[in-house]
Write a protein that binds this ligand. Structure first.
Ligand SMILES: Nc1ncnc2c1ncn2[C@@H]1O[C@H](COP(=O)(O)OP(=O)(O)OP(=O)(O)O)[C@@H](O)[C@H]1O
Ligand SMILES: [Mg+2]
Length: 408
């Protein structure tokens, strides 16, 4: 690559300091001090936890709500405030905060709790190693430590549905029953956070009743609420005049229309600001927001497609190859592709279900066309950029030879 090109990129980064004042406040992990429109939810959690200050054990709490409704941020905020109080009062309260999606096995969750509590600084025979112990031995070592050190614990498990989906609710059962095994001035209370509203139905009934002693639902934000959240964040993130009000309104409208998701709204802002910076302008414009939306959507589609099953990917390829978009034609191409891959094809009914799932995810659109006396038929159209599909196909060892099929 030409040295001049690199120098131009770096020089323009040095020069263009007109837009972003504080990048950190636009990142995923940033928790603002002020959480708007969540007083009711914060109060409910604080009230439930406040019994700790009166020497009691708080009920286990399950929090539900769609993505980006502020669940993680609110819980972190309440915990931080409570932690300040318990420190002042010398109450030995600890808050392991585990994200079950990142800690992808039940054992890994136990290991992380042990690390958080400092158990692995103890003698070897008391430690919870990275691998090698049974689940029950690891749990016993954690409970022994809690007894010995006389600790009170509020264990937060964020994205808790991902453990249950992996049939790991034994670990939840053990923790909800742990209080029977430790004395009354120590406890483990659980706060589970989930963005799936149906998560509870998948739980073992024994776990369900003890885990959801209390429940709290977070509703999606309205467009007006998102607008206020964005105005607050923009004051911290951008230099004055770098973002006109109309642009904030558009951002709120897009995120509000789709999901009421504050993360989506802030992501749009961050990506748009980066695009604006790169194009050397002094302001973020509505066009930057629209380009940001396209980029985010195509990144999300790419992610979904990469993680889809082989047959879903073959269905997508068949849709691309199809001329008239009818289910019958697509199924024919799908069978042909399966035979080339020496894969047993799924039934047409199952393929139609996959088509329905892809439609729900927004990767394709389906329309019913009335053909007069020939009846009605479904027309399926791809909604993702072909370059994303090509990238996914190229990276999939089983499918990489199909790149020729979709290139012409
Ligand atoms: N009321 C609010 N005021 C200001 N910022 C907010 C508010 N609610 C959410 N946010 C911001 O929106 C983003 C997403 O919030 P958060 O991570 O808490 O959502 P969540 O409900 O936990 O979503 P998920 O279910 O996907 O984990 C964060 O950057 C957070 O700072
Ligand atoms: Mg969250």
């Amino acid at each position: 690559m030409d040295d001049d090109i690199l120098n131009t990129i770096f020089d323009s980064a040095i020069k263009n300091k007109n837009i972003i004042k504080n990048r950190r406040v636009l990142t995923i992990d940033y928790v603002p001090d002020k959480l708007l429109f969540r007083t009711k939810e914060s109060t409910a959690i604080a009230q439930s936890l406040s019994v700790i200050l009166k020497n009691g054990r708080p009920s286990n709490l399950l929090i539900f709500g769609k993505p980006g409704t502020g669940k993680t941020a609110v819980v972190k905020n309440v915990i931080e405030h409570l932690h300040n109080k318990t420190n002042q009062l010398d109450i030995n309260l600890r808050f392991p905060f585990i994200n079950a999606k990142n800690s992808n096995t039940p054992y890994k969750i136990l290991y992380e709790i042990a690390e958080f509590l400092g158990i692995n600084k103890e003698e070897k025979k008391m430690q919870v190693f990275f691998t090698g112990l049974s689940m029950s031995e690891a749990t016993d070592r954690i409970l022994d430590f809690i007894k010995r050190k006389s600790i009170k614990i509020v264990l937060v498990i964020d994205e808790i549905d991902s453990i249950v989906n992996r049939k790991g609710d034994d670990i939840l059962y053990n923790f909800t029953r742990a209080n029977e095994r430790i004395s009354s001035d120590q406890f483990i209370s659980l706060i589970g956070i989930s963005n799936s509203l149906t998560f509870k139905d998948k739980l073992d009934p024994r776990v369900k009743s003890s885990l959801s002693e209390e429940e709290l639902v977070f509703n999606p934000y309205t467009v007006e609420q998102l607008k206020q959240i964005l105005i607050d964040r923009c004051k911290l993130a951008f230099y004055e005049n770098a973002i006109p009000m109309g642009v904030i309104n558009l951002c709120a409208a897009i995120a509000g229309r789709e999901t009421g998701d504050a993360r989506k709204a802030i992501d749009l802002l961050r990506v748009a600001a980066e695009i604006a910076e790169r194009s050397m302008t002094k302001k973020i414009t509505e066009d930057h927001i629209r380009s940001a939306q396209q980029k985010i959507d195509s990144d999300t589609n790419f992610e979904i497609l990469t993680n889809s099953t082989l047959h879903t990917k073959i269905v997508i390829l068949s849709i691309i190859k199809s001329k008239n978009g009818s289910t019958g034609e697509i199924y024919g191409i799908y069978q042909y592709f399966c035979s080339r891959l020496e894969q047993e094809p799924l039934t047409q009914r199952r393929m139609t279900q996959i088509v329905g799932e892809l439609d729900q995810l927004g990767l394709i659109t389906t329309n019913i066309i009335n053909q007069g006396r020939y009846g009605r038929t479904q027309r399926i159209k791809l909604h993702i950029h072909i370059s994303s599909v090509k990238e996914v196909v190229k990276n999939d060892p089983l499918l990489s030879s199909f790149i020729k099929d979709i290139s012409n």
